[in-house]
Write a protein that binds this ligand. Sequence first.
Ligand SMILES: [Zn+2]
Length: 636
Amino acid sequence: MAIYSEAVIHEIRSRTAIDQVIGESVRLERRGNRLLGLCPFHSEKSPSFNVNPEIGRYHCFGCQASGDVFSFLQKRDGLSFLEAIEKLAGQTGVQLPARESNARSDIAQADKERYFRATQFAAQFYADNLLSGRYPEATAYIARRGVPLETVRSFGLGYAPSEWSTLVDAAAAKRVPVADLEYAGLAKPRERGGGHFDMFRNRLMFPVRDLSKRVVAFSGRALSSEEKAKYINSPETPFYKKAKELFGIDLAQGPIKAAQRAILVEGNFDVVSLHAHGVSQAVAPLGTALTIDQVRLLRRFTKSVVLFFDGDKAGRAAARKSLDILLEADFPEILFAQLPDGADPDDIARRGGADAVQALVQQAKPLLDLLIEELILPATGSASPSAKAAAVSELAPLMAKIKDTTLLEAWIQEISRRTGLSAGELARRFRPGATATGYASSQSARPAARASFVPQPTVNETGSTPFDDAPFGDAPFDDGPLPAGPEAEVVLTPLSPMETELIVLLHRRAALLLPFLHTRTDLCMEQREVAEWARAVAAAHQENGPSLSRAFEMLEEGPLKSVIGRALMLAGPLYEEKIQTAFHAVSLKIRRAWVVTTRARLLDELQAASKRGDDDGAFVLLNQLQRLNEFERDAR
Ligand SMILES: [Zn+2]
């Protein structure tokens, strides 16, 4: 997908003032070399959203959102990466190379016009039929469902007559090519005798419109109960992907933004009925389970969603299924409205009006809360230990999807309160890397992806580097895989203050990378991923590769970049002449801290080994301790 070169992207980035772009929507106040404001991506009362124009990045210490100006625009305006590039290129006057040959895009443009001319024509035709009064069965149905005329008009509801080719014939009369109807999935060629027939017959028609109110497809509801399919939808086309559209979003986008809440229902009629009764934040997926694209579309407008599903077993199961995907899309608030048994949203709206709907919305409870309640018997502590364990395992993959650390912490406390399990133990179980799904696997795939901009770290498994013959003294553990550190961490935790300082210094002066490696400070860092990154950059640097800041810029967005970006974000002003001294001091501190913890661990193990009478083990440990002492001496 990389259509634009790194060089062009770099050019745009360096010409863009990130504080100005972010300043359009966030009030920023200066604090030293950074700017501080209220985070636009989670709700907060005291500002934790930092922007550092010097390194061109933002970082929120509340929800951990971080990135550069492109990712900010992607998140704020719901743009794709390419769209963000194009937008900023326009503003900064950077000339972009053409994305496609003109001939190809001309054809695409012509196809698009044909398509939307056909859908627009059909929408008008269906709507006219319904409003004409010529089809009493359709009018009667609408009246029976209690849909007022005004709502019929605003949704553009229509009727497809039961004859075989009313649409095809009407199109012919207006010189709309039948091929275009076919292209838009509205007509099909007859198998015999030539000509075309209509796809939708004797159905109430719901036009599916996108955000800019273009009709992209149709959903048709059977009027006769003899029809096998209650709903049929347009086939997928180049301009219609069912999994990406939400029914009603064209009308609901404004109200959702204004109320800062979306109401998700299951069917088209629920949407129409809620809107008809003044609840206009309602949208529905198109007859499928909720998809990540649909949820992301919604997330552009709000952080809060209420699932307003049928009050039966199927409705609850559907809600449960949606939870995963809503967490995935980073919805901080996912509520579930409990409808009376057997009632659907249309019933509620028609019997009780907007007030009844709003009352249920107000009483909606966090879906996760209900799930926890269901899994773990209410706070009485009566659940058996094995039931608790099972519940925690079931919750783990869901909790691992929560990106907002504050929110995650709150849920951990809640589950701890209910199960009596310690919050620390739960946090460990719920850590993204603790499950086999999602996060952890994408993490392990990351190092390979990073290799695209820097050569693979030239460090072998024992930790020896190309600088082994350097005159900086021996590395601690050249002759064997000695004290293995704590088990490999998959998830990146924030850097310690010392490591933060070190990264900032390295970033300021890439020449420090060599002493960093020579003194083996890299091996002593808690954050191994970061050390590995520094090694990779050092190797690249040696070959006149990218500079350190460029390497950082090109690092793929993800936990590693976020951790390093956060470190850079915190950096105060630095005095050039102090850099060298500060570097030596901090790298020494890191090595010493490592020596202290490693020694404590080795001594523990030694004690255990001698208790067991494991002489061989004790001997190895003694050896390790001796080498640790040597390393410490050299580190002074
Ligand atoms: Zn935030």
